[in-house]
Design a protein around this ligand. Structure first.
Ligand code: HEC
Length: 198
């Protein structure tokens, strides 16, 4: 009897909890007219606050521009671990497009070792920093494709610095395969695109 009661109570608690989650999603919908939970927190000036939980988002690929192939000075050293927020991942799987509200983070990691038990190669070392891009037609109506690009001074930095010059956007626009995102380097996105057979 006691056991039954506690199950009942925990049932009620989880219903209440689920209810408040739904409210949260609705509140966020009402605010941005988006479907689902939105990721990324912003200052009043629409600068992106340093994202925190992105290692639990969806990992889409890991380009590497090692120092020893770039005269010691790649633009973004060295591994780039790229993550997309879960709501935008769901949208991508359904539509093959980046929704309004998409947040993509690339986390930079050094090359640590160049050999291991598996052979010679590039093995990840230490976290170096992050960069990010956000697509939002309300926040960034005048940006190409509505994408804003952010750099961060460090992990400790409270917020990203929006890149006001067009250098980031220009290279992405000229060279990326889809909507200014380098999907040609993200096998996970390509595999999940609707209509893709394998
Ligand atoms: C000269 C070209 C070039 C410039 C300039 C450039 N990028 Fe990129 N960016 C790339 C390429 C190529 C990739 C994918 C491969 C990689 O990561 O090396 C990429 C990937 C990214 C990604 C992952 C999502 C995506 O769109 O593929 C982010 C985030 C990003 N860049 C941010 C920035 C920011 C912020 C700046 C400006 C400070 C910037 N980039 C400037 C070429 C560029």
């Amino acid at each position: 009897m006691l056991k039954f009661k506690s199950t009942l109570v925990s049932g009620i608690v989880s219903v209440l909890f689920a209810g408040s989650l739904v409210n949260l999603a609705h509140a966020s919908d009402a605010h941005h007219a988006h479907k689902g939970l939105n990721y990324g927190s912003f200052t009043k000036e629409h600068d992106l606050l340093t994202p925190k939980g992105y290692r639990e988002w969806v990992f889409v690929g890991s380009p590497v521009t090692p120092k020893d192939m770039n005269d010691g000075n790649p633009a973004f050293p060295e591994f780039h671990n790229v993550y997309i927020d879960p709501t935008s991942w769901d949208h991508w799987k359904k539509t093959g497009e980046f929704r309004d509200g998409t947040v993509i983070v690339k986390e930079l990691v050094s090359v640590g070792a160049k050999e291991s038990a598996s052979g010679n190669g590039y093995f990840q070392g230490e976290f170096l920093g992050i960069a990010a891009t956000v697509k939002d037609s309300k926040r960034y109506p005048d940006r190409p494709g509505n994408w804003a690009y952010f750099t961060f001074e460090s992990y400790e930095a409270k917020q990203g610095v929006i890149q006001a010059d067009e250098a980031c956007a220009a290279c992405h626009k000229a060279n990326a395969a889809q909507d200014m995102v380098f999907t040609q380097h993200y096998p996970v996105l390509r595999a999940a695109k609707p209509g893709k057979k394998d």
